[in-house]
Design a binder for this molecule. Structure first.
Ligand SMILES: *[C@@H]1O[C@H](CO)[C@@H](O)[C@H](O)[C@H]1NC(C)=O
Ligand SMILES: *[C@@H]1O[C@H](CO)[C@@H](O)[C@H](O)[C@H]1NC(C)=O
Ligand SMILES: *[C@@H]1O[C@H](CO)[C@@H](O)[C@H](O)[C@H]1NC(C)=O
Ligand SMILES: *[C@@H]1O[C@H](CO)[C@@H](O)[C@H](O)[C@H]1NC(C)=O
Length: 338
């Protein structure tokens, strides 16, 4: 009897081990977004947008710290020169925030975007391999809907600090971005389109060209709900994206446009994804409870939490840091330089 039980158990265990495991990493906040993995210090950064909070989670000690800025905050990306010097979006501005060991913080506005759309705000952004900041905006959104066509994707560098380059416009909700392993393609999401578009990317000049639709959620309406939000890529060049309103993270092949995997997340509004952990094989997933009714909040008690997903049989690549300032007082960027 005993060996048989063991065989059955080991089969069950193997099945259990074959699927991904989703675990709760950080307790719910209102709207967690824009996870960033600082591989230099084993830290996970993310924001709680409407509360103006930046969190940092120490992977090794499982402790979270938080600082609060005055406004809506997204994204947050550490600097190349100093991992404690963060570049963030605050309302319509790009700001530098210094996060010292003491958790005291200091904020400096570097540039303000989209003056033609005063009620728009920064939504998501990433650094490319050269440290240039790609940062997008969206129109004002409330219960009556989204102010359309007020989003822009900008590129912010030192020489263009005072007049950031417009890369893609107009868009509705500038969102997920990812560069492939060869660094010659940029993938981009304007959320309401329900598509991922691909551009040829020239790393030397930082220019994009030749737009093409790489993935279209509408081709999978029988299996997928919601809209694509934050996105990352793995070392096999497959994309991973959060489905806001879809309760899942999906893996897609951007070359074939195929849906490869659906990972259910215990929250309907999944906002973003980022690889991290010492081996870059844990997928961090942020979620929101912001738009949920009282009833749905009771049904989804973990909404707003940050989750870790393991057992995905792939891993990510190191995130790029922003190369704008040497220190918070560095005045060499902007008009004084150009
Ligand atoms: C951000 O916007 C909010 C709401 O309009 C405002 O109260 C706050 O002062 C703004 N923050 C900054 C840094 O301008
Ligand atoms: C934070 O650290 C930097 C050096 O990394 C130092 O110059 C600065 O004075 C510190 N700020 C605070 C508020 O402790
Ligand atoms: C933005 O949304 C509006 C309203 O749905 C739509 O008419 C418009 O085409 C969208 N803009 C873009 C750039 O997709
Ligand atoms: C979506 O489906 C249509 C019809 O089958 C197909 O022509 C198109 O290439 C698909 N789009 C993508 C991005 O895979």
């Amino acid at each position: 009897m005993k060996p048989k039980v063991f065989v059955i158990l080991s089969i069950i265990c193997r099945f259990a081990a074959a699927g991904p495991g989703v675990y709760l990493l950080v307790d719910p906040v209102d709207h967690s977004e824009c996870p960033t993995w600082d591989w230099r210090n084993n830290l996970l950064y993310f924001v709680n947008i409407h509360a103006g909070e930046i969190y940092r989670y120490h992977y090794d000690t499982e402790e979270a710290e938080v600082i609060k800025l005055n406004g809506e905050v997204a994204p947050v990306i550490p600097s190349k020169s100093d991992p404690n010097l963060l570049i963030a979006g605050l309302n319509r501005s790009v700001v530098a925030v210094e996060w010292n060991q003491t958790s005291s913080s200091d904020t400096r506005i570097l540039t303000t975007l989209s003056s033609q759309f005063p009620t728009s705000r920064v939504n998501d952004g990433k650094a490319d391999k050269q440290g240039r900041l790609w940062i997008g905006t969206m129109g004002h959104e409330d219960s009556s809907g989204l102010t359309p066509n007020q989003g822009v994707l900008y590129q912010v560098t030192c020489p263009t600090l005072n007049s950031p380059l417009v890369e893609i416009a107009p868009v509705n909700i500038s969102n997920g971005m990812a560069w492939n392993k060869a660094n010659d393609k940029l993938y981009y999401i304007d959320t309401p389109t329900r598509q991922v578009v691909e551009y040829a990317y020239d790393d030397k000049s930082g220019t994009i060209s030749n737009k093409r639709v790489a993935f279209d959620m509408r081709n999978y309406s029988d299996r997928l709900a919601g809209n694509p939000d934050g996105m990352t890529i793995d070392e096999d060049d497959n994309l991973w994206m959060a489905l806001y309103g879809g309760g899942a993270v999906i893996k897609v092949n951007p070359t074939t446009g195929q849906l490869l995997q659906i990972v259910a997340i215990p929250a309907e509004d999944v906002t973003s994804v980022m690889w991290g952990g010492p081996n870059l094989d844990v997928l961090f997933v942020t979620t929101s409870r912001y738009s949920l009714s009282e009833e749905d909040r009771k049904k989804q008690p973990a909404a707003g939490a940050v989750f870790g997903v393991v057992g995905l049989y792939t891993r990510g690549m190191r995130m790029n840091a922003v190369d704008l300032l040497e220190s918070i007082d560095d005045q060499s960027c902007g008009s004084t330089r150009s």
